[in-house]
Design a protein around this ligand. Sequence first.
Ligand code: FES
Length: 338
Amino acid sequence: TTHTITVEPLGTELQCREDQSILDACLRNGVWLPHACTHGTCGTCKAEVLEGAIDYGDASPYALLESERAEGAALMCVATPREDVVIEGDVEIEEGITMYPVRDFSGTVAVLDEIAPDVRRLVVDLDEPMDFNAGQYVQLNLPDGDDRPYSIANAPHERGRVELHIKRTENGAATAGWVFDRLAVGDVVTLSGPYGKFYFRPDRDKPLLLLGSGTGLAPLVSILKTVMAIEDEDGEWEHEVVMYHGVALENGLYDREWFEQVADERDWFSYRPAVSREECDGRQGRVPALLTEDFPRAGGNVAYICGNPAMVEDTMRALMKARLFPRDIYREDFFDAA
Ligand code: FES
């Protein structure tokens, strides 16, 4: 059974199955509603239901308060329609950015390497090319029917593949039993994407701070590679790009040699390890602390942050103290339930 969803204020009508989330139906029809976790826990996809009955799905009572629900709000990533529905959401239209509809993809595992302790690089050669913006993520389907979000680490011009950086988490359904044990080169995997509003705005025309921790580096690598492609195409890139990688131990600094080589070859790029539990290159500390040391004033930059919620929060705070304001900060909170 499908129902018609009308999305206000656009007035767009689209079809949604009873077993499909309203968010999924919107994204697959190119209607961009805000979203992050896609599992009913963060509240980013909250929208008003103006008309029609829905099933609220597995909405966390912390993400959707009882009082909000009483006033007609629902979480679009878990809500499914029971009849024709009219919603009003924070529909995003951003100038200069093309948002690509979400689609299903299949592909073959081309690379599966251990790049740091408990971190794997998974490269999937896609059967059909995917269009995405640097910084976005895919949902990788697990053998048990569930899925997990992973940021794409390659640049959008490499449309035929996706590179994902996957950390093993204890008891993680995706990682403990599958990516780290059974998955092998040559296997077929399926995924959907692109998702997310954490993407590079090349038009901002300012120096960049790329601030990642752990595998939160992945979308920032996509941004860096996009800048490199712009430089190749235009013959120049005129802004400084400073990338920090936060890890606990130095052996977690995956792809360090590659970043150092990029930094050697280009005077606009610098790579700064932020190792919290041991000294590295004469320094020690998390990203927010080293950032504060290096940038007592950060105004004039555009920052992209990706990591666990605590790292993102602390880094935001460090930037605001250094007088960089939210309009110049983009953030991706990594929900580490792999
Ligand atoms: Fe829906 Fe997080 S609660 S995207």
